[in-house]
Design a binder for this molecule. Structure first.
Ligand SMILES: Cc1cc2nc3c(=O)[nH]c(=O)nc-3n(C[C@H](O)[C@H](O)[C@H](O)COP(=O)(O)OP(=O)(O)OC[C@H]3O[C@@H](n4cnc5c(N)ncnc54)[C@H](O)[C@@H]3O)c2cc1C
Length: 397
């Protein structure tokens, strides 16, 4: 077994770290105070993403991306996860489902998205449909040579940085026909408008972009903007779930590392009762527990990324990605909570990155499948395939 990063993986991780430190870190305070990345800074940041060589990190070269392996992507994402306020999302990741589009669709939406000239948001969640997407009420009805979409979507992340939205709707309102439609934003503003931006509520974190609520009212979508085929909506998003769960796990590990480093430095310098607080076993044991948690999570992260690159069976990949997302998101919650405790009152100040990480990381136990849903997936796999799914010797393909 070889656990070492190749020189190329090391270079990518080092470059991503430098990008995070030099480009994203200076934006943290301003994003927190402003509530999102100020609009006037966005084009400059996009250009820096291109200049630093991070345009299209999650797609093949054929589709305009960088053609990186999952382990290479993970090496980058982990470093981006160190920054607060969801600034990792300044590096775009075009929706994975677009790779299943026709050549014309990939040319129109995917390749320009990889280059950062377009951006797509993804809308599946609704007021009554969260963990259970079969409850989706948004319907698509065929009229002449186009589809008409009607429904309300919630939590559409990065809507205000996007120029198209991939909408998950049920054809004829039939939950057995989940289907994806690409809706271009310009059509939102045509008269009369058929898509309304209802609002972008405030959340616990101050994120780089918004999370919008959108209402579709007989929104016309041409036939050639249906992605895949009728009824394949879930099939096309399955790969995306795996990728998104790995991204969350990578960001969680990066966030936990940064918080632990800040706490470790502080514990060495902060004097109380005449000595550094690190000399109190209560503090040093917290640091020890944090290190062990990160060590375990990081090992798991690289392993699952490596398994994907080795072509592990898709169902096993799905199970392992769930386990990884669950473990890393909960690990980061525990580690950052301890980091904040070590920092005392300073850790509770908004100007401290650990305070922001504490708020940022909470959503990782909710989006892309809550912790409970990950446990449902994991338990289902154990029931179907046995404990070996997670505990076989060697475990890999
Ligand atoms: C900041 C943010 C950004 C988001 N971005 C997007 C986006 O871009 N696009 C998008 O489509 N969605 C997005 N979401 C939605 C997100 O994916 C959902 O919030 C998530 O799937 C959970 O759905 P819910 O919030 O409706 O909770 P619910 O499904 O109502 O769950 C409520 C509680 O019940 C539990 N629960 C539900 N079912 C079960 C079960 N079977 N067993 C045990 N417990 C269960 C849950 O774990 C949770 O604790 C975003 C959410 C947030 C907070």
């Amino acid at each position: 077994m070889d656990f070492a990063f190749t020189p190329r993986q090391q270079e990518l991780a080092a470059r991503a770290r430098a990008f995070a430190d030099e480009v994203l870190l200076p934006l943290e305070q301003i994003t927190d105070e402003h509530g999102e990345v100020p609009v006037e800074l966005r084009e400059g940041i996009r250009q820096k993403v291109r200049d630093w060589g991070f345009a299209g990190i999650n797609h093949s070269k054929e589709n305009g991306g960088l053609g990186l392996s999952m382990l290479e992507q993970t090496a980058i994402e982990e470093q981006l996860g160190r920054v607060t306020n969801g600034l990792w999302s300044c590096v775009w990741r075009p929706p994975v489902s677009l790779k299943f589009g026709t050549e014309a669709q990939r040319e129109r939406w995917l390749r320009p998205s990889c280059a950062g000239h377009r951006r797509g948001a993804f809308a599946i969640t609704e007021e009554g449909a969260g963990s259970d997407p079969r409850q989706v009420q948004t319907r698509a009805v065929k009229k002449g040579d186009q589809w008409l979409l009607t429904g309300v979507k919630w939590f559409v992340t990065s809507y205000n940085a996007s120029d198209f939205v991939i909408v998950h709707a049920h054809v004829d309102g039939d939950p057995d026909k989940p289907t994806l439609f690409i809706v271009d934003k310009p059509s939102f503003t045509e008269a009369p408008p058929t898509v309304t931006h209802l609002r972008s509520p405030k959340f616990m974190h101050n994120f780089a972009f918004d999370h919008a609520e959108l209402e579709f009212r007989d929104t016309p979508v041409p036939e050639d903007a249906l992605l895949g085929s009728i009824g394949r909506g879930f099939e096309l998003t399955k790969d995306w779930f795996v990728e998104a769960r790995l991204q969350i796990a990578s960001h969680a590990v990066g966030a936990a590392c940064r918080a632990a480093e800040v706490a470790n430095d502080y514990a060495a310098g902060r004097q109380q009762f005449g000595r550094p607080i690190r000399d109190f076993q209560a503090i040093e044991f917290m640091l020890a527990d944090m290190a062990v948690e990160i060590f375990a999570a990081k090992s798991m992260l690289y392993r699952v990324a490596w398994e994907i690159d080795q072509g592990l069976d898709r169902k096993l990949v799905h199970a392992h990605a769930s386990a990884l997302k669950l473990h890393c998101s909960e690990m980061a919650g525990r580690v950052i909570d301890k980091a904040l405790q070590i920092l005392g009152g300073r850790g509770y100040m908004r100007e401290n990155p650990v305070e922001r990480l504490y708020r940022d990381i909470r959503v990782d136990r909710i989006w892309e499948g809550t912790s409970e849903i990950q446990r449902v997936v994991i338990a289902g796999q154990i029931r179907k395939r046995g404990f070996g799914t997670f505990a076989d010797i060697g475990g890999a393909p």
